[in-house]
Design a protein. Structure first.
Length: 241
């Protein structure tokens, strides 16, 4: 019956199949004409975007369903992101650095969250917490997400609670330290931060009252490492650890 309807409406069967793959719920339900038209519009926009704005394609692929089919796709994407709390500075950073970093992080979310675009929006907002001087290193963002998720369990939702396990001031401070080391070319210090970021994040998650903007301005990275290591050793010494 569906094939007969597609033939009667003169629908492109390739577009029908692709529209079905992009549905948020792939439960065998029929696609709507709006799904078909959206998929056709995406395909028509593809060649120009690949030529003029390839840095936005990974993010656009996740958010097409939230964009109007009239007007400039990248301009519509910018308006959507700004309306969800993405800053103009973050937009400029993504324009420069691209959005391909989103792909490996999508596995922290359910398939439904991926297809609905929720995962992509959350990832951009998480990255923004680390600052907009430089794009947060992928390993640092993964370390944050590993506190409350497991990419090896894709059937489980990444976050059970709406808030991140650490507060924005701690993320911003870590982002600043990482950016300073990238800009200075100090690879050894950057590697040290890479190796110890899990310890810092776990300590921060356990001490939410300490990781305020004021407190973090008064501590060096070395001093914070010392606090985190001391706490870690105390936790290991606890009975039953």
């Amino acid at each position: 019956m569906r094939a007969l309807l597609a033939q009667a409406l003169d629908l492109d069967t390739r577009i029908v199949r692709r529209a079905r793959r992009w549905l948020p719920h792939q439960d065998g339900s029929p696609i709507r004409l709006a799904d078909y038209n959206l998929t056709l519009w995406r395909r028509q926009q593809g060649p120009r975007l690949r030529s003029e704005s390839p840095q936005w394609l990974p993010l656009l692929a996740q958010l097409w369903r939230h964009l109007p089919t009239e007007g400039e796709p990248v301009a519509n994407l910018r308006a959507l992101l700004l309306s969800h709390g993405v800053s103009p500075a973050m937009w400029r950073l993504l324009h420069r650095e691209g959005t391909g970093w989103i792909r490996p992080l999508r596995n922290y979310y359910t398939k439904e969250s991926q297809r609905s675009g929720r995962a992509a929006l959350e990832l951009v907002l998480k990255a923004q917490k680390f600052g907009t001087r430089q794009l947060v290193p992928l390993w640092l963002l993964q370390a944050l997400m590993n506190l409350d998720g497991n990419p090896n369990l894709p059937r489980k939702s990444y976050l059970k609670n709406p808030e991140d396990p650490i507060d924005a001031p701690m993320a911003a401070r870590l982002g600043q330290w990482a950016a300073d080391r990238v800009l200075s070319g100090d690879e050894q210090a950057l590697q040290q931060l890479h190796d110890r970021c899990y310890l810092l994040l776990n300590w921060a998650a356990a001490h939410p009252r300490y990781v305020t903007s004021r407190a973090l301005r008064q501590v060096t990275l070395t001093g914070l490492w010392r606090k985190a290591e001391q706490w870690h050793q105390q936790e290991l010494a606890r009975p039953g650890s």
